[in-house]
Design a protein around this ligand. Structure first.
Ligand code: CMP
Length: 156
Protein backbone atom coordinates (compact mmCIF):
# COMPACT_ATOMS: atom_id res chain seq x y z
CA UNK A 1 0.00 0.00 0.00
CA UNK A 2 2.74 2.45 0.99
CA UNK A 3 4.62 1.50 -2.17
CA UNK A 4 1.62 2.38 -4.32
CA UNK A 5 1.45 5.67 -2.46
CA UNK A 6 5.12 6.39 -3.04
CA UNK A 7 4.91 5.31 -6.66
CA UNK A 8 2.00 7.69 -7.01
CA UNK A 9 3.95 10.54 -5.44
CA UNK A 10 6.95 9.84 -7.61
CA UNK A 11 4.92 9.55 -10.81
CA UNK A 12 3.03 12.71 -9.95
CA UNK A 13 6.34 14.54 -9.76
CA UNK A 14 7.17 13.24 -13.25
CA UNK A 15 9.99 10.95 -12.14
CA UNK A 16 9.36 7.74 -14.04
CA UNK A 17 10.31 5.16 -11.48
CA UNK A 18 7.93 2.44 -12.63
CA UNK A 19 7.74 -0.95 -10.95
CA UNK A 20 8.76 -4.50 -11.69
CA UNK A 21 7.25 -5.39 -15.07
CA UNK A 22 6.16 -8.72 -16.53
CA UNK A 23 9.25 -8.74 -18.79
CA UNK A 24 11.71 -8.62 -15.88
CA UNK A 25 12.67 -5.01 -16.48
CA UNK A 26 13.27 -3.28 -13.16
CA UNK A 27 14.63 -0.04 -11.85
CA UNK A 28 17.09 0.38 -9.03
CA UNK A 29 18.93 3.23 -7.36
CA UNK A 30 22.65 3.63 -6.92
CA UNK A 31 24.52 6.25 -4.90
CA UNK A 32 28.12 6.93 -5.78
CA UNK A 33 29.38 7.83 -2.31
CA UNK A 34 31.52 10.83 -1.26
CA UNK A 35 34.77 8.81 -1.31
CA UNK A 36 34.28 7.83 -4.96
CA UNK A 37 33.06 11.29 -5.93
CA UNK A 38 36.13 12.91 -4.37
CA UNK A 39 38.39 10.42 -6.17
CA UNK A 40 36.71 11.29 -9.52
CA UNK A 41 35.51 7.72 -10.11
CA UNK A 42 32.01 8.70 -11.21
CA UNK A 43 32.62 8.25 -14.94
CA UNK A 44 34.29 4.86 -14.56
CA UNK A 45 31.50 3.57 -12.32
CA UNK A 46 28.65 4.79 -14.52
CA UNK A 47 30.43 3.37 -17.57
CA UNK A 48 30.29 -0.14 -16.08
CA UNK A 49 26.52 0.02 -15.81
CA UNK A 50 26.13 1.46 -19.30
CA UNK A 51 28.40 -1.23 -20.77
CA UNK A 52 26.39 -3.90 -18.97
CA UNK A 53 23.30 -2.62 -20.80
CA UNK A 54 21.45 -0.60 -18.17
CA UNK A 55 19.67 2.58 -19.15
CA UNK A 56 20.12 5.71 -17.06
CA UNK A 57 16.69 7.05 -16.14
CA UNK A 58 17.73 9.74 -13.65
CA UNK A 59 21.14 11.14 -12.74
CA UNK A 60 22.10 13.98 -10.44
CA UNK A 61 24.58 15.19 -7.87
CA UNK A 62 23.09 15.38 -4.40
CA UNK A 63 24.17 16.75 -1.02
CA UNK A 64 22.55 14.92 1.89
CA UNK A 65 21.38 16.79 4.95
CA UNK A 66 21.59 14.91 8.24
CA UNK A 67 17.80 14.54 8.22
CA UNK A 68 17.67 13.16 4.66
CA UNK A 69 20.56 10.76 5.35
CA UNK A 70 18.84 9.42 8.47
CA UNK A 71 15.69 8.88 6.43
CA UNK A 72 17.56 7.23 3.55
CA UNK A 73 19.31 4.79 5.91
CA UNK A 74 16.42 4.46 8.39
CA UNK A 75 16.48 0.66 8.08
CA UNK A 76 19.89 0.77 9.81
CA UNK A 77 18.81 3.14 12.61
CA UNK A 78 19.36 0.58 15.37
CA UNK A 79 22.78 -0.54 14.11
CA UNK A 80 25.94 0.50 15.99
CA UNK A 81 27.40 2.01 12.80
CA UNK A 82 24.35 4.17 12.00
CA UNK A 83 25.85 7.47 13.21
CA UNK A 84 29.09 6.86 11.32
CA UNK A 85 27.18 5.89 8.18
CA UNK A 86 25.02 9.03 8.24
CA UNK A 87 28.02 11.21 8.96
CA UNK A 88 29.98 9.69 6.09
CA UNK A 89 27.27 10.06 3.47
CA UNK A 90 26.86 13.71 4.53
CA UNK A 91 30.61 14.36 4.25
CA UNK A 92 30.49 15.33 0.57
CA UNK A 93 28.58 15.29 -2.66
CA UNK A 94 27.15 12.00 -3.95
CA UNK A 95 25.82 11.06 -7.37
CA UNK A 96 22.37 9.45 -7.35
CA UNK A 97 21.30 7.45 -10.37
CA UNK A 98 18.26 5.38 -11.29
CA UNK A 99 19.16 2.50 -13.59
CA UNK A 100 16.74 0.39 -15.60
CA UNK A 101 17.21 -3.05 -17.12
CA UNK A 102 16.55 -6.75 -16.69
CA UNK A 103 16.73 -7.84 -13.04
CA UNK A 104 18.28 -4.50 -12.16
CA UNK A 105 18.12 -4.90 -8.38
CA UNK A 106 20.00 -8.19 -8.11
CA UNK A 107 22.32 -7.67 -11.08
CA UNK A 108 23.50 -4.28 -9.83
CA UNK A 109 24.06 -5.75 -6.34
CA UNK A 110 26.27 -8.45 -7.89
CA UNK A 111 28.18 -5.81 -9.83
CA UNK A 112 28.92 -3.69 -6.74
CA UNK A 113 30.22 -6.58 -4.60
CA UNK A 114 30.26 -7.26 -0.87
CA UNK A 115 29.62 -4.45 1.63
CA UNK A 116 33.10 -4.63 3.16
CA UNK A 117 35.20 -3.50 0.24
CA UNK A 118 38.26 -5.40 1.46
CA UNK A 119 36.22 -8.61 1.10
CA UNK A 120 34.68 -7.70 -2.26
CA UNK A 121 35.82 -9.78 -5.22
CA UNK A 122 38.05 -8.31 -7.92
CA UNK A 123 35.88 -7.38 -10.88
CA UNK A 124 33.21 -5.88 -8.67
CA UNK A 125 33.09 -2.13 -8.19
CA UNK A 126 33.95 -2.24 -4.48
CA UNK A 127 36.50 -4.97 -5.14
CA UNK A 128 38.28 -2.89 -7.74
CA UNK A 129 38.08 0.57 -6.19
CA UNK A 130 37.71 0.34 -2.40
CA UNK A 131 38.99 -0.97 0.90
CA UNK A 132 36.53 0.61 3.36
CA UNK A 133 33.17 -0.12 4.97
CA UNK A 134 31.44 3.24 5.40
CA UNK A 135 33.60 4.48 2.58
CA UNK A 136 32.70 1.60 0.29
CA UNK A 137 32.36 3.57 -2.96
CA UNK A 138 28.75 2.82 -3.86
CA UNK A 139 25.33 1.93 -2.49
CA UNK A 140 22.60 0.07 -4.39
CA UNK A 141 19.02 -0.73 -3.37
CA UNK A 142 18.65 -4.27 -2.02
CA UNK A 143 14.98 -4.72 -3.08
CA UNK A 144 12.21 -3.06 -5.06
CA UNK A 145 10.79 -1.80 -1.76
CA UNK A 146 14.13 -0.21 -0.84
CA UNK A 147 14.34 1.33 -4.31
CA UNK A 148 10.95 3.01 -3.85
CA UNK A 149 11.85 4.26 -0.39
CA UNK A 150 15.36 5.47 -1.31
CA UNK A 151 14.24 7.12 -4.55
CA UNK A 152 11.54 8.99 -2.70
CA UNK A 153 14.18 10.45 -0.35
CA UNK A 154 16.61 11.52 -3.06
CA UNK A 155 14.42 12.33 -6.07
CA UNK A 156 11.23 13.82 -4.56
P1 CMP B 1 25.49 0.57 1.90
O1 CMP B 1 25.34 -0.36 0.78
O2 CMP B 1 25.43 2.02 1.66
O3 CMP B 1 24.35 0.20 2.96
C1 CMP B 1 24.50 0.37 4.34
C2 CMP B 1 25.86 0.81 4.71
O4 CMP B 1 26.21 0.62 6.06
C3 CMP B 1 26.88 -0.03 3.98
O5 CMP B 1 26.86 0.25 2.62
C4 CMP B 1 28.14 0.34 4.69
O6 CMP B 1 28.70 1.54 4.19
C5 CMP B 1 27.60 0.56 6.09
N1 CMP B 1 27.97 -0.54 6.96
C6 CMP B 1 27.58 -1.81 6.92
N2 CMP B 1 28.16 -2.53 7.91
C7 CMP B 1 28.92 -1.67 8.57
C8 CMP B 1 29.78 -1.79 9.70
N3 CMP B 1 29.94 -2.97 10.30
N4 CMP B 1 30.41 -0.70 10.10
C9 CMP B 1 30.24 0.49 9.49
N5 CMP B 1 29.43 0.67 8.41
C10 CMP B 1 28.79 -0.41 7.97
Amino acid sequence: MIHDYLNGLINTSKVELGSKSEMGVEQTLILIKPDAFKRKLVGKIIQRFEEKGFNIKQLKTYDFTDEKAQDFYSIHRSKPFFKELVSFVCSGTVVACILEGNNAVSTVRIMIGLTKSFDAAPGTIRGDFGLGISDNIIHASDSHESFIKESSVVFL
